[in-house]
Design a protein around this ligand. Structure first.
Ligand SMILES: *[C@@H]1O[C@H](CO)[C@@H](O)[C@H](O)[C@H]1NC(C)=O
Length: 311
């Protein structure tokens, strides 16, 4: 019931968030949502290359391994991954948290790594990691090196990796559905809690029960009683509002037609002043102000109250 009423606004909210810029390491692609931030690891993913070198890699964050002699200035950015070579670490690119949807997978491109050796000057280490949705991989999964170019271990400059993991699966639909379920559960909890509170208060102060008797009872007639009290309260609030708006409206008409109404209101006013000593006093103050103005010597605000005012 609740979800039916609130679904449109929730959908609006979700679609609005879809148009907002993607957060780092996440991607909205159509109605699908990807989030790889769970792959950020406090310890680098590592494996051995065919040539026997250790490969260190992290996702959407800098490697935790201390880079050594990479030829990359620290100011340029964080190193996303590296190969520990004999004469220094080769950085395979700087951290890039922008994901790209590609052919049913997620692509992460990293560039500006270590200067490549034995190649045209200016070329720097780069890599692409293709994350493939695999629901059978329950843990984070592991990166696999598919290819490197050039193929010689000590000259390789561009790396191509593949990573099968369930984290690369879209969560868009499930996210929407899950969000709705969570929303409904929260609403139900709030309703239940307010029922318990209102019910207890009702039992205590209206039925004057005490001890365990004031605990809410979940019977139909009891719920009906609570509902009656609540609706009565709402109705009286509504009545109050209607009465208020009616009185505002009648005031408006009074201004439009001052001939007859003015007299009655004036009479009423005089009657009220006569009956109310407070009103009399305020009328007296009013007279004081008038007298002061006629004299042409208005007293300062700090001056003593004038006796002329007392009629
Ligand atoms: C980061 O990734 C995006 C998307 O793949 C790409 O267009 C961009 O060139 C990359 N930036 C760097 C510095 O590698």
């Amino acid at each position: 019931m609740v979800s039916c009423n609130l679904r449109p606004s929730l959908l609006l909210l979700l679609s609005a968030s879809a148009f907002a810029a993607d957060k780092p390491c996440t991607l909205h692609d159509g109605d699908k949502f990807y989030d790889l931030s769970a792959l950020k690891a406090s310890k680098d993913y590592q494996f051995r290359t065919d040539g026997g070198h250790t490969f260190y890699l992290n996702v959407c964050r800098a490697v935790t391994t201390d880079p050594w002699n990479t030829g990359v200035d620290e100011k340029e950015g964080d190193i996303a991954g590296l190969v520990r070579r004999d004469h220094g670490d080769f950085a395979i690119g700087l951290v890039n948290t922008t994901l790209e949807a590609k052919e049913g997978g997620l692509m992460l491109r990293q560039s500006n790594g270590s200067p490549c050796t034995g190649l045209d000057s200016g070329l720097r280490g780069s890599s692409t990691i293709r994350f493939i949705c695999d629901t059978s991989v329950y843990a984070a999964g592991r990166p696999v090196l598919l290819a490197q170019w050039p193929s010689e271990e000590d000259k390789a400059c561009n790396y191509e990796l593949e990573w099968r993991t369930h984290y690369a699966c879209p969560t868009g639909e499930r996210g929407l559905f899950g969000g709705l379920i969570v929303f409904c559960m929260v609403m139900a909890t709030i309703l239940l809690m307010s029922f318990v509170v209102i019910s207890t208060l009702y039992n205590r102060f209206v039925l004057r029960l005490s001890g365990y008797d004031q605990m809410p009872k979940f019977t139909f007639s009891h719920v009906r009683e609570i509902w009656d009290v609540c609706s009565e309260f709402l109705r009286s609030m509504l009545d109050l509002l209607v009465a208020q708006s009616r009185s505002w409206r009648s005031k408006g008409y009074g201004n439009l037609n001052p001939t007859s109404h003015h007299w009655t209101s004036r009479e009423e006013e005089e009657a009220m002043i006569a009956s109310d000593p407070l009103e009399m006093e305020s009328e007296g103050v009013h007279v004081t102000a008038e007298v002061e103005l006629q004299d042409g010597h208005p007293h300062g605000g700090s001056g003593p109250p004038s006796e002329e005012g007392v009629v």
